[in-house]
Design a binder for this molecule. Structure first.
Ligand code: DGJ
Length: 388
């Protein structure tokens, strides 16, 4: 350890004691009491939270945030480190829990350092008592061509996660059609009618492409993987096995040929909601939302949930997760990434409350807000007139 570092560590308790005595905590250690969308968000060490394209798992009073660990510069657009974990009991203040899944130094590994590992999501399987992490994986040196999904498991929520495998899901499987699906949609998949269908049939033998993604666990414990497939033209929603570590082969195609990325799924009062984005690389575009009364659809496109200035660019962000707030009714947080591809580590987190307005949802920009916001929302029962 060099002298200047040693000096700092000796000084630290003195500074802490002094600041406690005067009733002021050093900046990095002051307790946050609100969200500031798009601002630097310091963790317990005063470092901007490094969990991009992330998702949150809630367990026994604690939230665990998992996301892509980025490094500075354009080098940060590929995985140099792995998946970073944080914990919090109040959603404002986050403790660095370290790297939950590390990329490998073995260049032949699917998750070799320098691969693209995006949008990790962790769920807990109550039967196996394992934590299961799914993510979008692109193999080292192949750009975005591999379009695989990867899965890892752990005994402890913050890891270490053990990488299991990566693949393209649902090889040799045709989509599942719930009752009520228009016949035309069924015919499309079997007799390719548009560009997306042609790609679907191309990938039918080897498995479907799987890029931007989320995982959703329903009330009955069944888990679903939602991902951008068919060259990002069409979303797939696919059932996971009982242990959550593989696909069962049952899936549906959503919003065929319309290029949806960044899916985030949630459920409120028995209804399913999904928010996603268009497909414009790291640049923001208008968000889009969908509803369904069954997980298998039909999923209805509902327009752009964002309203007001900046709504056409999702306030500079792209969806990554929708977080139900524990202990509050109708309280969901829209989590988005404001990407910084020139200096990836500077990517910002945009968290905004979702407002239920009759049959609609709305997301408005707020410079600052806290969880009390949800208590002030009037209970709306009538559909609003919001234009879509
Ligand atoms: C948009 C996706 O949503 C991101 O996760 C990332 O894959 C970028 N595209 C890469 O351009």
């Amino acid at each position: 350890m060099n002298l200047s570092r040693r000096k700092k560590s000796h000084l630290f308790p003195v500074l802490m004691a002094a600041s406690l005595l005067f009733g002021v905590l050093p900046k990095a250690y002051s307790q946050a009491t609100n969200f500031k969308p798009g601002a630097i968000w310091p963790d317990n060490k005063g470092v901007h939270i490094n969990a991009h394209g992330g998702g949150i798992l809630y367990q026994n009073g604690t939230y665990y945030w998992f996301g892509e660990h980025k490094v500075g510069g354009e080098a940060g657009n590929v995985a140099q480190v792995g998946v970073h974990a944080y914990s919090s009991r109040d959603l404002y203040n986050w403790t660095d829990e370290g790297i939950a899944l590390k990329v490998s130094d073995d260049k032949t590994s699917d998750i070799a350092k320098g691969c693209i590992l995006e949008r990790p999501k962790v769920v807990y399987n109550t039967k196996t008592k394992k934590y299961v992490m799914w993510f979008h994986l692109e193999l080292l040196g192949k750009g975005y061509g591999a379009a695989r999904t990867g899965v890892a498991i752990a005994d402890k929520v913050t890891g270490p996660f053990k990488f299991l495998r990566s693949y393209r899901p649902n090889a040799g499987r045709m989509p599942y059609y719930p009752a009520g699906t228009p016949a035309a949609a069924q015919i499309n998949a079997q007799h390719p009618a548009n560009k997306s269908d042609v790609i679907f049939m191309r990938d039918f033998p080897g498995g479907q492409m799987a890029r931007d993604m989320t995982v959703f666990v329903d009330d009955d414990g069944k888990a679903y993987h939602v991902f951008s497939s068919e060259e990002n033209n069409t979303l797939h929603l696919a059932e996971l096995s009982d242990d959550y570590t593989s696909h069962t082969g049952k899936f549906v195609r959503i919003y065929i040929g319309q290029q949806t990325e960044a899916p985030a799924l949630f459920k409120n009062n028995g209804k399913y909601y999904m928010i996603g984005s268009g497909c414009t690389g790291w640049a923001p575009n208008p968000a889009r939302w969908f509803t369904a009364t069954s997980i298998w659809g039909p999923w209805t496109f509902e327009g752009n949930p964002c309203v007001g200035a900046g709504a056409q660019k999702t306030f500079g962000g792209q969806s990554t997760h929708v977080l139900p707030v524990s202990g509050k009714k109708n309280a969901f947080i829209f989590m988005a990434d404001k990407w910084a591809p020139k200096d990836a580590i500077d990517g910002r987190h945009i968290w905004l409350p979702i407002v239920f307005n009759g049959n609609n949802i709305e997301i408005n920009w707020l410079d600052e807000w806290n969880l009390d916001y949800f208590d002030k929302q009037p209970t709306q029962t009538q559909p609003s007139e919001k234009s879509k």
